[in-house]
Write a new protein. Sequence first.
Length: 129
Amino acid sequence: MAGKEFRYRGKTLEELKKLDTREFAKLVGADSRRFVLRHFDIIEKFVEKCRKNSGKSKSIKTQMRYLVIVPGMINYTIGIHNGKEFVSIKIIPEMLGHRLGEFAATRRKVEHGAPGIGATKSSAALSVK
C-alpha cells in the first residue's frame, strides 16, 4: 500500500517549492504571514545559504530560532542553537509554517539524584563513609 502524498493547504510539495516566499506566506497563519512578509529578505538569504551549502556534509548553524520554515528549507539539516549547543534538525515537509526554535528545546528534563549529606535532618546522623 502506497503512502499518502504530502499536502499543505491543498498544495503538493512540488507546487510549494515553485512558490515565491511571499506567495507561500499567504498559506500560513496570521502571525507567521506577518513575519514572512516583513522579513522575507532574511528568509531568502537563509534559504540561499542552505542551497550554497547543500553539497557540503556539515549542517548550517544558526541562532535565528524565530525564522519561519518555508519550502526552500526542506530536506536540509540545520543546526539550531538551544542556548548551549547546536541541535541538528532535518527539515521535513510537516514542519512548514512553524518556527525553527520549536524543534530545539531549550530546557531539559530534570533528573534528580540521591540527596547529599546535609540535604535533610536525618542525613546528618549518617556516617561520611
